[in-house]
Design a protein around this ligand. Structure first.
Ligand code: PMP
Length: 443
């Protein structure tokens, strides 16, 4: 019996013992294609020799130095690297150890900024229903997946939610994608006015929605309108690119494809590619300037901020992605994956939607295509698909429908950026078999 507190306390998990490229191996000798990069993390695949070498080199020099005494070369270099490639206006980086921590930092810095500016009435945060921003209490408070929030609701901060941008289910037949995008974006303005513009600190959203909606891309013009609304009311825009950022959608930042820049941005997973636990918050120059003119400090630090080994690892990951032009591969092989998925699932009786960008794709499963009726949650189709895929040597990231919304089960794919066409073909073949087997088993 394991003494580890696993996600499922009674669950039995295979023991992962090794990895090479796109493959993971368990203790029984079984191999799996890591088609989800864990949870969209392992963008360079496993056992990359250049990353392993960079980690060895750094650990030989210095593993740790506390940020209240020192800065470090890897942390400074990583910050410089990130800012040189950051969306317009972002000037400064805060380095932590996870996506949840990056979101917490964004929320607290947004609040701190308004205190520095003398706008201390701005305490409200607005986010979207059916969203996930992390598991710590602050991040969970802005999250909009009610089943995650329910057990802890008394502990959470008040969160205000508007509709997600989720065209498959919410776009009306009499609307163009652009009209739909503007309609849902305008919900933000209505919510700001309802709460009182001078009470709202920030709006938080994932640029391309990962875990909760399975790679749901924003409608054209949606984020441009969101940016305008935030600017009009002095509200900060926080983009959560923990999952969709750092190259996952084919550009370094997903927001580049929307033509906007946030005031605060959270990144994590692909930043360290799973070789080290690391996350970061990117901060707009105007926020840093307000602190400089005000108290001079952001009272928020943790023991492992700017961890030298984690930073050296992330820097090596980012340099390899650039050196090997892997985002070009993401765009090329992403288009191939899209074609294959649409061939396999485009006319599938139980697949309502195939959506995504780059190496970030989702399929949404439905009991009935015409009415878009989801499968009964009690069938636990997502768990069955996961199991059927693992049995076929494939790791995918299936999620159940959200109890508070209308979305059904979906499967998220986030293959490593190094995946070639043959890997994509095998992923789709095995996924097709797993989906069919799981549905046959459930019905
Ligand atoms: N935001 C998003 C969009 C995520 O997908 C996740 C993790 N799935 C988080 C935040 C939280 O990141 P972490 O699990 O590293 O705390």
């Amino acid at each position: 019996m394991s003494h580890l507190l696993h996600r499922s306390v009674n669950g039995a998990y295979p023991v992962a013992v090794g990895g090479k490229g796109v493959m993971l191996f368990d203790a029984e000798g079984k191999s799996y294609i890591d088609a989800s990069g864990g949870a969209a993390v392992s963008c360079l695949g496993h056992g990359h020799p250049d990353i392993v070498a960079a980690m060895h080199a750094q650990i030989d020099k210095l593993a740790y130095a506390h940020t209240s005494f020192f800065t470090s070369e890897p942390a400074e270099e990583l910050a410089e690297h990130l800012i040189a490639r950051a969306p317009k206006g972002l000037s400064t980086v805060f380095i932590c150890s996870s996506g949840s921590e990056a979101i917490e930092a964004c929320l607290k810095l947004a609040r701190h900024y308004f205190i520095e500016k003398g706008e201390s009435r701005r305490t409200n945060f607005i986010s979207r229903r059916q969203s996930y921003h992390g598991i710590t209490v602050g991040a969970l408070s802005v999250g909009g997946r009610m089943k995650d929030r329910a057990p802890f609701k008394e502990m959470l901060l008040t969160g205000h939610h508007i509709a997600p941008c989720y065209a498959y289910r919410d776009q009306r037949t009499d609307e163009t994608p652009e009209q739909y995008g503007l309609r849902v974006a305008d919900e933000l303005e209505a919510k700001i006015l309802e709460l009182g513009a001078d009470t709202v600190a920030a709006f938080v959203a994932e640029t391309v929605v990962g875990a909760t909606l399975g790679a749901a891309t924003p409608a054209p013009g949606y984020f441009k309108r969101i940016r305008e609304i935030c600017d009009r009311h002095g509200v900060l825009l926080i983009l959560d690119e923990v999952m969709c950022g750092m190259g996952r959608t084919g550009t370094l930042h997903a927001c580049e494809q929307e033509g906007i820049a946030p005031d605060l941005m959270a990144i994590a997973k692909g930043l360290g590619a799973g070789y080290a636990p690391i996350g970061a918050m990117l901060v707009a120059g105007k926020i840093v300037a307000a602190i400089r003119q005000g108290s001079g400090a952001f009272p928020h630090s943790q023991t492992y901020n700017g961890h030298p080994l984690a930073c050296a690892t992330a820097l090596a990951v980012q340099k390899v992605i650039e050196r090997d032009d892997l985002l070009a591969n993401v765009r090329l092989q992403g288009a191939h994956l899209e074609r294959r998925l649409k061939e396999r699932f485009g006319n599938h009786h139980h697949v309502g939607d195939v959506r995504g960008r780059g190496h970030f794709w989702g399929i949404e499963l439905v009991a009935d295509r015409a009415s878009k009726t989801p499968f009964e949650a009690s069938l636990k189709l997502n768990a069955r698909i996961k199991q059927a895929a693992m049995a076929r040597g494939l790791m995918v990231y299936p999620m159940g429908g959200t109890a508070d919304g209308v979305s059904g089960d979906h499967v998220l794919l986030a293959p490593p950026f190094i995946a070639d066409a043959a890997v994509m073909d095998t992923i789709v073949e095995r996924l097709g078999e797993a989906v069919d087997a799981a549905i046959a088993d459930a019905l």
